[in-house]
Design a protein around this ligand. Structure first.
Ligand code: PLP
Length: 406
């Protein structure tokens, strides 16, 4: 018994990633966070970087909820009351009052009968999607869907998987029309907001097409949306892609770990759907939930989002995102227009992307370069993510650094 033979294979694989320029490499280790001052937002200390302070442009914490005093206090109080971990999966003895309250509040926020939480959005998608896919199901998926959807489909082994070009409702229409009668059931699955681009699924058109072609399938067409980047960013109240497009999915999934600032994932839908999932979804039945303290923190984050303070956070985040998009346009840099705080800078070259990430880092800005296979070839980019904690001076500083790149 030895790892010698397999380790040489693993090393070859890592070397290949390195030579393709797609190795992620060593992770930066955050050792401290300096509070906002002198008109600038919080700054990050990193291990091995001495006294340097970094502006973080690669966090999903769009509203800064992770640092909100009330959210932190709610988490601390619940940890003192219930302990740090749940100690069991939900159906054994791991269901605590904050879990149940959070599920009710999430369902209400999204206008659904009920909801159910998981340890992450990744676990939610892989725990929910396969439960609706049989060997007689056609799954139809957007070409740029997140890795969790791709793996959930692999796990589910449907009769067929069809992929439509990113956002192409024409291709979706042809698939729904052309396969009529060939499968018992269809599941159409899409990200709400696409994490590499900040654009969103045309939910209204997708729903209309599904209603139009539903009669062609004995068990109908189900729509499922993973709106992990949509909640707390899009829509007047931060209700996500559904609120923004004024349309609905049959099964709606999102994360607690991005704009809501905590950790975990959830699904909201009809009572029958959730009753079925609680009894059948392995990622729920056999895996611990988020801690009671995380659930309590998420309840508070949701309450803040719905309050006037939440409206102000949304407005600040949107103002900064618009400032960055305008600034990039002034610099002649290519981006994708929209209202989302994910603001990509399209570089379209792996080497140049790496050089720009390096330039930003040298100037104390943390940003992430996305290369193939995370994004399609030719769409290599730097993904900048704006939060309500960024100030106008932060964005001006970032734009100055970008202007200095040649
Ligand atoms: C679209 C999408 N779904 C799911 C996830 C995973 O979220 P979580 O960290 O809650 O598992 C991500 C995270 O990057 C995402 O972008």
């Amino acid at each position: 018994m030895s790892l010698n033979k397999i380790e040489s294979r693993l090393r070859d694989h890592l070397l290949e990633l390195h030579s393709n320029g797609t190795l992620k490499g060593a992770e930066h280790i955050v050792t401290g966070i300096e509070p906002a001052r002198e008109g600038y937002g919080p700054r990050y200390r990193l291990e091995g970087m001495g006294s340097r302070l970094f502006l973080r442009m690669n966090s999903n914490g769009y509203l800064g909820m992770a640092f909100h005093r009330q959210v932190i206090e709610a988490e601390s109080r619940a940890a003192a009351q219930y302990g740090c971990g749940p100690g069991a999966v939900r159906f054994i003895s791991g269901t605590y009052q904050p879990h149940v309250e959070l599920e009710k509040k999430l369902a209400k926020f999204h206008g659904r009968e009920t909801g159910m939480i998981f340890s992450s959005a990744y676990a939610t998608v892989t725990g929910v999607l396969p439960q609706f896919i049989s060997r007689e199901t056609l799954v139809i998926s957007d070409a740029l869907n997140h890795n969790c959807i791709i793996n959930a489909i692999l796990l589910a082994q449907p009769a067929e998987k069809a992929v439509y070009a990113h956002l192409s409702t024409d291709e979706l229409k042809n698939l729904l029309k052309g396969n009529s009668g060939n499968y018992k059931r269809v599941v159409v699955v899409t990200d709400g907001v696409f994490s590499m681009r900040g654009d969103h699924a045309p939910l209204k058109q997708i729903s209309a097409l599904c209603s139009r072609y539903e009669d062609g399938y004995e068990e109908g067409i189900i729509t499922m949306v993973d709106d992990s980047h949509g909640v707390g960013t899009l829509g007047e109240t931060g209700g996500g892609t559904e609120e923004y497009t004024q349309a609905r999915a049959d099964i709606y999934i999102a994360t607690l770990g991005k704009a809501l600032g905590v950790n975990g994932g959830y699904v909201v839908s009809s009572k029958k759907v959730i009753d079925y999932l609680r009894e059948t979804s392995p990622f729920y039945i056999y895996s611990n939930p988020v801690t009671p303290a995380e659930a309590a923190a998420a309840i508070t984050a949701l309450e803040i989002l719905k309050s006037s303070a939440g409206k102000m956070l949304l407005a600040t985040m949107r103002g900064r995102s618009a400032q960055l998009r305008q600034g990039l346009q002034n610099l002649g840099m290519e981006t994708i227009q929209g209202d989302h705080p994910i603001v990509p800078v399209l570089i379209r070259d792996t080497q140049q992307t790496a050089e720009l990430v390096r330039h930003l880092f040298e100037n104390n800005v943390l940003a992430t370069g996305l290369n193939y296979p995370v994004v399609p070839k030719g769409e290599e980019e730097i993904r900048l993510q704006v939060s309500a904690h960024h100030t106008e001076k932060d964005i001006d500083y970032l734009l100055d650094v970008l202007a200095g790149f040649s």
